[in-house]
Design a binder for this molecule. Sequence first.
Ligand code: NAD
Ligand code: G6P
Ligand code: MN
Length: 441
Amino acid sequence: MKKYNVCIVGGGSTYTLGFLKSFARMQEEFPLNKLVLFDIDEKRQEPIGKFGDILFAEKMPGLDFSYTTDAKEAYQDMDFIFMQMRAGGLEMRAKDEHIPLSMGMIGQETCGAGGMSYGLRSCVEMIKAIHEIRKYSPNAWILNYTNPAAIVAEALRREFPDDQKILNICDQPENVVRSCSRLLGCEWEDLDPVYFGLNHFGWFTHMYNKTTGEDLLPKIKELIKKNGFLPQDAEQRDQSWLDTYGMVQTIMNDFPDYLPNTYDQYYLYPEYKASHLNPDFTRADEVMAGREKRVFKECNEIISEGKLGKKLENISDAHAEMMIKVAEAIAFNKNNRHILIVENNGAIANMQDDAMVEVVCELGINGPRPMRVGNIPQFYLGLLVNQVSCEKLIVDAYYEKSYNKALQAFTLNRLVNDAKKARPLLDALIEANKGMWPELR
Ligand code: NAD
Ligand code: G6P
Ligand code: MN
């Protein structure tokens, strides 16, 4: 059986540890020949690389595993490249969240002004990285989940229009499906969702039982009304995630048609959310105090012990598992269903063709085949047309280096929504992103 060469870009990411463990656990399903971690920050990546040395020596002794900061070494002869970089690091994420909040608007990693701020940084770094990758591996599948995935996907669509092997993915729709399975007491693989939206802004219209075809959405609605909604993923147990999942109940009280993606809360309740987020301790601070410390502590403990011990046994890493299953679906032409970000082209009938939308796709060796959802109702269409316009305008701002387009994107965004607020906020973010954004004129 063919074994695959895989590179992870952003080897020092807090998600890489989960990937390494999941690659070891899933080695039968997705066999690896070579695995390379690449990062621009040698120091950050090193403990994760050393952890990998120990893990694979024990669990996959035949694997050619390495970590590097050399692009050629990393990208040569790859079959799959997983991209999870964070341009500007968690310190810049903190600024994306703190600056808007200090001005009374939501500061969030991927939504609103924070998301657009991160988006411009990611456009710069991702476009550069993919040109470099294509020099060494013109045919590798690039599986991108670098955020903000909506803006990155739009930029990559424009920069690489003929490249059929770039796929943009988010784990949150599947996390919501997993949470539904927790509520229903079934396996998440037993559920067959119908979903539409943009990345981090979508809804489930149906949640079928894969075997019987019964639509379980009415039951899910009842259960959420009675019991609330909780994450299934162990990585989403911090207080802010519990609050976020809790909001699904509120959203469904107000808009009972469909089951929302958790990110919809920011667009539906911008003022409420802004007033309930702590400007002095945002999610970035929570990650730096929590997951980041946990990941590097675990690596360092294992490095100092020189062996794994029992560490591999109790891991539930939904994120890595999903991404590896996506690669597996392509590698083995499985035509499994995944919720992916693709060019619309009629999948949502009453939205523009060139919008990057998130829908269920069948995924195999020739890429994703999106499943149509038809026309969506006016309320949802209105929200999505507004947001897709922001995403397109911020990518216009990147290409045209246009202050005016950025101001339009900020003004149009539901989390800002006012030119008098948009301008000082944009100016503050320009200042904070010096050297990391194109110079807007
Ligand atoms: P992190 O800051 O811990 O790790 C990111 C790593 O990327 C760092 O080690 C950094 O040095 C490296 N990096 C930065 N610029 C780089 C470049 N140009 N080339 C190579 N490496 C570079 O961040 P994290 O919290 O672990 O998240 C990683 C990324 O994954 C983020 O973009 C995050 O938003 C994304 N993510 C996306 C999804 C999704 O649903 N799409 C889910 C989880 C995480
Ligand atoms: C989910 C989303 C990702 C996002 C992540 C943030 O997984 O799908 O796009 O990056 O949450 O999680 P964090 O724990 O870093 O706030
Ligand atoms: Mn996501």
